[in-house]
Design a binder for this molecule. Structure first.
Ligand code: HEM
Length: 415
């Protein structure tokens, strides 16, 4: 009885913390709220049921453990017909790689393959060319006064990189980017009915686009990843319609996963650079620090703040009872500031040995991490090589999100 009443009290307290997270102030800087959450204990009740985890080591263990599962199609169906988990967009996401559990996950992940060193080397040249092209535009605009780095650079580089990699026509890139921003709501923590409807519409349009793409590549195969995925699936799946469906799901998810997250990283990383003149100077004199600067940006404010799992059996986690099929939200951005893991966690320090969960962990570790790192490191290197110091004109505005961070602008000028 005592446990139940304490938990309902904690839930009420968590409601008030979460309502602060959803204000403009909370979006711009959610970290004071996370600190209060952490002060309640590494595992605490979520306002809407389930639990929130802010302890770094517990998040890390859950991601690596086979006892914690993704909310897969079976779990989504169990939540009931009228719930957000059964919106068409959520059901579609339930079929994609990050929502699968073993053994299906093992089979699909193997078929996807990795992004190997040769691919990264080949894409490296494209990323450099695209980066320079975008920085030319930025410089031109800066000569007139201020420029929005997010719109001119961060939003453009990921779609150009993935567009070249998958050989998607450049004319399609702006629409694909727009659709990925619309689609993300179904993956948010608490989407509203309106947001879910927008996500459903975006998902339907993306389905048509990628189904058509698979059909095209089957008719005219090339050397691109989509053509290779078709070959791989034909070898392991006798039903051709099912093989095509699997290739569609992979192409869809890769584009969804690659665009917004990487754009957010590029903007937050540039924000860290322009907000303190010392940092620009540091990278100018020590370019070898570029990779560490990117990793510290991923720790300090990762693009994905929340990763969710469900319990495969009843467990006690950090003193909190969690029932089978109950959801835990790993508040990874809060965990990155866990003082038990990093000293002075609120200080951005590219010289520290930065451990983070920005790309998740265990079997679902981000497949595109080498590509995201390639883009971020190339951009940072070229920025400090090519431009005199930039400075922030005004603090960025943030989209009203909790799980998927999205800075809407980054207005900069020559210092
Ligand atoms: C800074 C950029 C990125 C961030 C922060 C990020 C983050 C993540 C996270 C947190 C997960 C795991 C979700 C979970 O454990 O449930 C994930 C999975 C995944 N990501 Fe990324 N991602 C980024 C860029 C990319 C890119 C560029 C691609 C593709 C080229 C990509 C493709 C994927 C795929 C396919 C998965 C599913 C892996 C699986 O479930 O086995 N990501 N990503």
């Amino acid at each position: 009885m005592g446990v139940v009443s304490t938990r309902s009290y904690d839930r009420r307290a968590a409601v008030s913390l979460f309502s602060r997270l959803r204000t403009a102030k909370g979006q711009a800087d959610p970290f004071p709220v996370y600190a209060e959450l952490t002060a309640r204990g590494g595992v605490s009740p979520a306002p809407w049921g389930g639990s929130l985890v802010t302890d770094f080591d517990v998040c890390d263990q859950i991601l690596r453990s086979r006892e914690w599962l993704e909310p897969d199609a079976r779990w989504r169906e169990q939540q009931g017909a009228g719930t957000r988990w059964n919106a068409p967009s959520s059901r579609e996401m339930g079929k994609t790689l990050p929502a699968l559990n073993p053994p299906e996950h093992t089979r699909v992940r193997r078929a996807a393959g990795g992004i190997d060193r040769t691919t990264i080397q080949q894409l490296g040249r494209t990323v450099e060319t695209e980066t320079d092209r975008l920085l030319d535009t930025l410089i031109e605009q800066l000569r007139e006064g201020e420029a929005d780095f997010a719109a001119l650079v961060s939003e453009e580089l990921p779609v150009a990189t993935v567009g070249h990699w998958l050989e998607l026509p450049a004319a399609d890139w702006p629409r694909l980017r727009e659709l990925t921003h619309e689609q993300v709501f179904t993956q948010e923590l608490l989407p509203s009915a309106t947001q879910l409807a927008r996500s459903d519409a975006a998902t339907a349009e993306l389905r048509s686009y990628f189904v058509e793409l698979v059909r095209d590549r089957r008719a005219r195969p090339g050397e691109d990843p989509v053509s290779r995925w078709i070959q791989t699936w034909d070898a392991i799946e006798p039903d051709r319609a099912e093989a095509d469906e699997q290739v569609y799901l992979l192409a869809l998810f890769v584009v969804l996963a690659a665009l917004e997250t990487t754009s957010t990283l590029l903007t937050t990383m540039a924000l860290r650079l322009v907000e303190h003149p010392d940092r620009w100077r540091l990278l100018g004199t020590c370019p070898d620090l570029v990779p560490a600067f990117v990793e510290e940006s991923l720790r300090y404010d990762p693009p994905t703040h929340v990763i969710s799992r469900v319990a495969s059996r009843d467990v006690v986690l950090g003193g909190v009872e969690i029932r089978r099929d109950e959801m835990v939200h790993l508040m990874v951005a809060a965990a990155h500031r866990d003082p038990a893991r990093h000293s002075e966690p609120d200080r951005f320090d590219p010289l520290r040995k930065s451990a983070h969960l920005a790309f998740s962990g265990g079997i679902h570790y981000c497949l595109g991490a080498p590509l995201a790192r390639l883009e971020a490191q190339t951009l940072l290197r070229r920025l400090v090589q090519r431009l005199p110091r930039l400075t922030l004109v005004r603090p960025p505005a943030w989209a009203p999100r909790v799980a998927f961070r999205r800075p809407l602008n980054l207005d900069v000028t020559f210092a």
